[in-house]
Design a protein around this ligand. Structure first.
Ligand SMILES: Cc1cc2nc3c(=O)[nH]c(=O)nc-3n(C[C@H](O)[C@H](O)[C@H](O)COP(=O)(O)O)c2cc1C
Length: 180
């Protein structure tokens, strides 16, 4: 089972990059929130949702590789999605985690739990993309319905664009440093 120790201040960083020294890693390092639980999804990928629909009846996932991570998600006060853009969306390991949050959709819409997670979360999106597009529209679109079932509120999004040709990300790093 995945082991996750939730930091005292309940900041959870979901890291969708395979790189420990990429632009996403730089954005994460600039976060001003202090101690955080940093989960690198490429290091220990979660299994994909198999749409078995058990969660529609039990409110829980039938797979158990993510039990500790579900706990960390539910306890988080600050949730950071930090990720490169892959084909307009999340890289596969982070997408798998997003899909496994179907359990919260089931709690809300099949079982009528409102909210499905009691603890409200401030949510931040840090992203990087090789293209010149200034915003991570695909990620923002995918996050919107997810956050309604996570009891999360998107506070800010910082996107580092054009990473294929740029090497100076001081403006984006400064924006992250100034997040509150
Ligand atoms: C499989 C794959 C798909 C990608 N798709 C996109 C894309 O749709 N849009 C984009 O802007 N960049 C895309 N990229 C580029 C990455 O998002 C970019 O290199 C990013 O800076 C990587 O960040 P990292 O090194 O911190 O992981 C893709 C890269 C890979 C490997």
């Amino acid at each position: 089972m995945r082991s996750v120790t939730t930091a005292k201040n309940n900041v959870l960083v979901l890291d969708g990059s395979p790189h420990t020294d990429g632009v996403v890693a730089q954005l994460i390092a600039a976060l001003p929130f202090g101690e955080a639980t940093h989960v690198r999804l490429y290091d220990t990928p979660v299994a994909p949702c198999i749409d078995c629909r058990a969660c529609r009846v039990t409110g829980r996932c039938a797979l158990h590789d993510m039990d500790a991570l579900y706990g960390a998600l539910e306890q988080a006060d600050v949730l950071v999605f930090a990720t490169p853009v892959y084909n307009g969306s999340f890289p596969a390991p982070l997408k798998a985690l997003v899909d496994r949050c179907q359990v919260y959709w089931s709690r809300r819409f099949a079982l009528g739990q409102k909210p499905p997670i009691a603890r409200h979360k401030r949510v931040y999106l840090l992203s990087a993309g090789g293209a010149a597009t200034k915003k991570a529209d695909g990620l923002l679109a995918a996050l919107k319905p997810l956050l309604t079932v996570l009891n999360g509120e998107l506070v800010a999004a910082v996107h580092a664009a054009d990473t294929d040709t740029r090497s100076d990300f001081s403006a984006e790093l400064s924006a992250v440093t100034n997040l509150r």
